[in-house]
Design a protein around this ligand. Structure first.
Ligand code: GLU
Length: 594
């Protein structure tokens, strides 16, 4: 098992010192998974020997203890999972501002037991209507370099997270909307102790122009220009005011009123200005979409379809593995070889076909057609690695509108949370402002996303073929976010998801294989070292048991790289009438239950 030096106890202690949160902490400092962290108020919460958090009624797992606690309090007060999602997201915006918030976008997968219905909400950011495929080109027609594109208003898409939360609450909320914002408002006013991860993120982003914009600099840096450090108490009264306004009037001021005006002004900043208009904000809609579900052995793995590539790529990997005896092989080099080979083929299809299907013709169903995937799987040789890049296949499709592949990487800076309430309403939500600290532009106490860099910056391939994921007015950039709910015999058995850019797909698929095929407990599956292949080298997670695969995989012909894989998986398994929660040891999150 990996030995993660970073511990969650430091942050909990810091929070307690700030008087913000009181936890009872038991166990050694080595590893949260075995240390045991129990909030005092949850008498029915217990820990299994493996370290997972077990509850009987309701549960939340999120990337920061204050955010998870905000959700737990809502659930304990009789709130629904949707109510808790509002409280969790608003608190995440405050305490993990580098990763998500109302300045960004999100996808939620929702299981409604009352209606026996699974649906998804697409709160992805959109490009301004006036954007076209020259958006990311400089005067010479060359695509802008990554950081040149990220920093400033030009990368900001119309945010969708607030409207998504409002939609969730309108359909499934039980408590009053303003009350759900109170925990974040109070914490913004009294202050919270900055977590080690937030402090480290600020320090790391300083030379990535985090201190370029005045509001951002004033909030994250000291007067002498040094980054604020862990334990510093941060207050954000401006954000509290923003939330109060949203508490009173819902999302209206954000999309059409005074907050909208400030967003537009901030985006049209003089550094790398954007072209977002008030009309773009006013026109924003959250789209309810059918989930993408893929059968895998006895299970149905369901998640977010286009504009995310998440569920389709996870589904392709699993669909190709379905013909191999993964359960029998266990977590062996042979099994990881098959996994990496399936991943190469899946990422080839992802690059060529996947984008916002409202704008681009896409073989959505064909990509996860079982016969197609079985056929693709015949390209996998159990005895030898295929050369990379593997080529995309030709899924069954009426329209042969083949475009050119997108080769763009994405950068980390996102959050995933999972919630189950006492009535069995379940939400698996991945939420983002794209890279850490997004565009760096801050207004009204929150950061604005840089999601438009998730589009291909080049509009076409060298031969002039348009790229599916090119910029178009009103389009949503392709995502990798993979909020997932797994079913067995029509009943949900697992909620999971992660941040991590285009590696999200692997963090989720690794854990699914570990839990569904190898019978690992969710916490063990999240602790497990990651194996990633994005149609190139096979990447093994540094400092974990995954590194020991290097020799055997090299012998099979894999090009190996070893690197950190900072996932942020959060999961809840539903087993024998109990909720088993797990939080990624690589971040600061916890699972809390009732
Ligand atoms: N912007 C990325 C996406 O939507 C997520 C970035 C991340 O996870 O860090 O796929």
């Amino acid at each position: 098992m990996p030995q993660f030096q970073r511990t969650n106890l430091g942050i909990l202690a810091a929070l307690a010192v700030a008087g913000v949160l009181v936890f009872t902490v038991t166990g050694g400092p080595r590893d949260r998974a075995t240390a045991g962290i129990t909030p005092t108020a949850t008498a029915t919460t217990a820990h299994t020997p493996a370290g997972a958090v077990v509850a009987t009624s309701a549960m939340v797992a999120a990337a920061n203890p204050l955010a998870a606690e905000a959700g737990r309090v809502v659930l304990a007060a009789g709130g629904s999972a949707a109510d808790a999602a509002v409280a969790v997201q608003m608190m995440l915006n405050l305490v993990e501002p580098q990763s998500s918030g109302i300045g960004g976008g999100a996808f939620a997968v929702i299981w409604d037991p009352a209606e026996g219905r699974l649906t998804t909400l697409d709160g992805r950011e959109t490009a301004p209507m006036a954007a076209d495929d020259t958006y990311w080109l400089d005067e010479d027609g060359a695509p802008l370099a990554w950081w040149d594109a990220v920093v400033g208003g030009r990368s900001v898409g119309v945010p969708g997270t607030l409207k998504l939360l409002e939609t969730l609450h309108a359909h499934h909320g039980r408590l009053a909307w303003p009350d759900l914002l109170k925990p974040a408002i109070e914490t913004a006013e009294t202050g919270f102790a900055m977590s080690p991860r937030l402090a480290a993120s600020i320090a790391a982003a300083q030379d990535k122009k985090l201190d370029l914009f005045e509001a951002t600099r004033a909030y994250f840096f000291n007067a002498d220009g040094t980054p604020k450090t862990a334990g510093t108490v941060l207050r954000n009264p401006v954000f509290a005011d923003t939330l109060r306004l949203i508490g009173r009037h819902g999302s209206a001021p954000f999309y059409e009123g005074e907050i909208a005006a400030d967003i537009v002004a901030a985006v049209r900043t003089n550094i790398n200005p954007g072209i977002l208009t008030p009309e773009d904000l006013a026109a924003y809609t959250v789209v309810e979409r059918a989930p993408v579900c893929v059968p895998y052995r006895a299970y149905e793995v369901c998640g977010m379809g286009p504009p995310s590539s998440g569920a389709l790529t996870v589904g392709q990997i699993l669909g190709m593995l379905a013909g191999f005896d993964m359960p029998g092989l266990g977590p062996s080099p042979e099994a990881w070889h098959l996994y990496a080979e399936a991943a190469k083929l899946a990422y080839a299809d992802r690059a060529l076909y996947m984008a916002d299907s409202d704008f681009v013709a896409m073989p959505t169903r064909g990509l996860v057609d079982p016969a197609y995937l079985a056929d693709r799987a015949t390209l996998i040789d159990p005895a030898a690695a295929m050369a990379t890049p593997a080529e995309a296949g030709t899924p069954p499709w009426d329209e042969a509108a083949r475009l050119a592949p997108d080769t763009q990487p994405e950068r980390p800076g996102t959050s995933h949370f999972v919630i189950v309430d006492a009535d069995g309403l379940m939400i698996s939500m991945t939420t983002t402002i794209e890279t850490g600290f997004g565009s760096r532009v801050m207004t009204r106490g929150f950061l604005l996303n840089n999601e438009l860099t998730d589009f291909s910056r080049a509009p076409e391939a060298g031969d002039g073929t348009p790229i599916a994921n090119r910029v178009e007015g009103g389009k949503r950039p392709r995502s990798s976010m993979s909020p997932t709910i797994v079913f067995r015999d029509g009943t949900p058995v697992l909620l999971i998801g992660s941040p991590g850019g285009s590696r999200i797909i692997h963090y989720v698929a690794n854990a699914l294989v570990a839990i569904l095929d190898w019978g690992m407990d969710p916490q063990a599956a999240l602790d497990m070292g990651h194996v990633v292949n994005r149609n190139g080298p096979t990447e093994l997670e540094e400092g974990t048991e995954a590194e020991t695969l290097a020799g055997a995989l090299s012998a099979l012909g894999h090009e190996i790289t070893v690197r950190p894989h900072v996932s942020g998986l959060h999961a809840i398994q539903i087993r024998d009438g109990r909720l088993i929660g797990a939080a990624d040891p690589r971040r600061e999150g916890v699972a809390l239950g009732e």
